[in-house]
Write a protein that binds this ligand. Structure first.
Ligand code: PDD
Length: 293
């Protein structure tokens, strides 16, 4: 079965997967989540995703029913039951429902809800990698660290939805959001890197962004390859002046950017460092979860 939904340990086909209208994830976005993809049928960097889910949940004082070990078992069981060649997983935990109650106070929540959606993995259009994608620097600022810290991967993505909408209206594939100080943070569902004179630069976590699992993996493979990586404050002018720009995420891997707000990046073609890192990323995947790993 290609799409399968695990709700609190029970498996359902998609059309029968239902949760309560009183669930706080539905009412308030009061939940956390992770997106993970598989390669060769095996979830990639699952331990790191689960650790981040645990960190997100604890920042919201939200228990994970069954704990992270129980969750991992359910993920593997759901993947096996779905039987896809490769899957995309959405792993969600909410603070649950108390039927009849609509009350912000977290103390009034019932038991938590755990949902795992398994879908067949659908690759991006190969043109995204061959030509690069267009991004737009938007006016919508990234939520500040002292409001809902972007390091918490919560189920509340309205900040990102409106920023992406602004970018899409400009014909761009992804947005880049500034913080309140005007420094670049990240995209709606991606981190961003620049290449300038062979050095990699990416916004530091202090600027207010998600500590992407792919972002950290890039640090590791870039170090192995001998690239210098700087975590820094990045201004829009740095992005416009970069030789190369690329996005990272568990689904996008390393995706070249060919233009920013209509201005060509470098010569408008995916750069050599970006292509090298994408190749090394995929080699890393083989090494960790490939056949014989
Ligand atoms: N999004 N920044 C934001 C706001 C994100 O939502 C994501 C991931 C990233 C990249 O993180 P990672 O490398 O850990 O995937 C950065 C996932 C893919 C999603 O929302 O589906």
């Amino acid at each position: 079965m290609p799409v399968l939904v695990n709700i609190n340990g029970e498996l359902f086909p998609p059309e029968e997967a239902r949760v309560s209208v009183f669930d706080r994830g539905f009412l308030f976005g009061d939940g956390v989540y992770e997106t993970v993809r598989t390669y060769f049928g095996r979830p990639f960097l699952l331990d790191r995703h689960l650790a981040r889910l645990g960190r997100s949940a604890s920042r919201l004082w939200m228990p994970i029913p069954g704990g992270l070990d129980g969750l991992e078992r359910e993920i593997l069981r759901s993947l096996a039951a779905a039987g896809n060649v490769d899957s995309c997983l959405r792993i969600m935990v909410t603070r649950g429902a108390r039927p009849g109650f609509v009350n912000l106070d977290a103390e009034t929540a019932g038991d938590g809800l755990v949902v795992i959606i398994v879908r067949p993995f659908e690759a991006f259009d190969p043109a995204c990698y061959e030509n690069g994608v267009d991004v737009a620097l938007v006016g919508v600022t990234r939520m500040g660290k002292r409001s809902l810290d972007p390091k918490i991967k919560s189920g509340n993505y309205l900040n990102n939805i409106i920023a992406l909408h602004e970018a899409r209206r400009q014909g761009a594939f992804e947005c880049l959001m500034p913080n309140q100080e005007g420094c670049v943070t990240e995209g709606s569902t991606s981190n961003v890197f620049l290449v300038k004179k062979g050095v990699l630069r990416t916004p530091s976590l202090d600027c207010g962004l998600l500590d992407g699992i792919t972002r950290s993996f890039i640090f590791e493979i870039a170090a192995e390859a001998g690239y210098r990586v700087e975590e820094d404050k990045i201004l829009p002018a740095d992005v416009f002046g970069a030789d190369e720009v690329f996005l990272t995420s568990s689904l996008k891997e390393v995706m070249p950017v060919r233009s920013v707000s209509g201005q060509k990046v470098g010569d408008g073609r995916p750069g050599a460092v970006t292509q090298d890192l994408l190749r090394r990323y995929r080699e890393g995947v083989h090494r960790l979860v490939g056949p014989g790993a």
